[in-house]
Design a protein around this ligand. Structure first.
Ligand code: GLY
Length: 361
């Protein structure tokens, strides 16, 4: 088992990465200073597969768990679901010292984290991410949120977990499309922070697609190391943490333009990275060989590299409401040079050229 520390002073915590960690969840929790009563929050799909394993493990180690099952899908990130979670926590008499286990992918992690951040003004929580995307990105760094009809993740809090437990075995049952979506967030870490990791990904992509446990373990570990470093430097996302949004500005326009849910988030990010790399090249920050190399890797990961033809104006309109925009000016995460990210604006005409070049015609 590997362990990655997220160094945040008195909010520091460990990310445990390894096979078959879920049956040992109770033991892992008993090493933390947590109360006895706890609630496992998971969705209907993950619940069928993993809730009993988590529940039995917590019970065996002396905890008193209750199970809260929420609907599967993005719609669970709502005030209505939050209210139903509060109702169950109160009915089960969870106290200030009690804790929540977020068992599932990004949606459940965001929702359960937000419930933990607000119930009784904040109780402890443990992230148990079961998808590649949540293991390498959303479960680490303390971003918790629900959606508002006017925007995704509009209501939330920075609230760090006490522990993240990444059981690599849960990745074996992921649908291939979700594995690919998670790989987009893994690939992201190369261009923004570590070109040696990009070399490693070039060499090991086939093994990752075949779910080789050793390759998956290293990919999750290296991704978490990079994310932990970035978060430790900019916990509240006022500076360098924006680098983690490489590909997300174009990706957000794809998701919003097609209607959320049409493409998976990771698919939109994969294609968005191709577009952001193209924009970096047009601004003279990287060369063509880098763009081709990244595009090829994203393609090999089973991700789309050609954007949907929504029209440049449509893309630009959606990008103007991106969280990084300042006074209506779109800010892009670009690569300069490979291995380092910068945030800056670009002329609309150049962005439109990139969109026309990168989208299906
Ligand atoms: N997923 C981007 C961040 O955690 O900042």
């Amino acid at each position: 088992m590997a362990s990655v520390n997220v160094p945040l002073g008195d909010r520091s915590y460990a990310i445990q990465i390894g096979p078959r960690l879920l049956p040992g969840l109770g033991e892992a929790c008993s090493r933390l200073k947590l109360g006895h009563r706890c609630a496992i929050i998971c969705d209907t799909n993950v619940g069928k597969r993993y809730a009993k394993i988590a529940y039995d493990s917590l019970l065996k180690d002396g905890f008193e768990p209750c199970l809260i099952i929420v609907p599967a899908g993005e719609s669970a990130k709502s005030l209505k679901t939050v209210q139903s979670c509060y109702d169950r926590l109160a009915a089960n008499r969870l106290e200030r010292k009690s804790f929540i286990v977020a068992l599932g992918g990004g949606v459940v992690g965001d929702l359960a984290g937000f419930v933990a951040a607000t119930y009784l003004r904040g109780i402890d929580f443990v992230q148990v991410p079961t998808t590649l995307l949540s293991q390498v990105d959303s479960s680490v760094g303390g971003k918790t949120a629900i959606n508002h009809p006017l925007g995704k993740n509009m209501i939330g809090a920075f609230y760090q977990p006490q522990r993240v437990v990444c059981d690599l075995n849960t990745l074996q049952s992921l649908p291939q499309r979700e594995l690919s979506a998670g790989l987009a967030e893994v690939i992201k870490y190369g261009p923004i922070a570590d070109m040696q990791f990009l070399d490693w990904l070039d060499q090991n992509l086939d093994a990752l697609m075949a779910r080789d446990p050793k390759a998956l373990g290293y990919a999750v570990q290296r991704s978490c190391e990079i994310k932990a470093y970035v978060v430790s430097q900019d916990e509240r996302d006022v500076g360098m943490r924006a680098a983690l949004n490489f590909g997300h500005t174009f990706g957000h326009a794809i998701e919003a333009g097609l209607g959320f849910g049409e493409w998976l988030h990771g698919e939109a990010v994969g294609c968005g990275m191709v577009m952001a790399a193209n924009l970096s090249q047009r601004l003279g920050l990287v060369d063509k060989a880098f763009v081709q190399r990244l595009t090829h890797l994203i393609d090999r990961a089973g991700l789309p590299v050609v954007g949907p033809k929504l029209g440049a104006d449509n893309y630009l309109q959606h990008m103007r409401v991106d969280k990084k925009a300042q006074s209506g000016e779109i800010r892009f995460v670009l690569i300069d040079p490979p291995g380092k990210a910068i945030v800056r604006g670009a002329p609309d005409t150049l962005v439109a050229d990139v969109i026309n070049h990168c989208c299906a015609g």
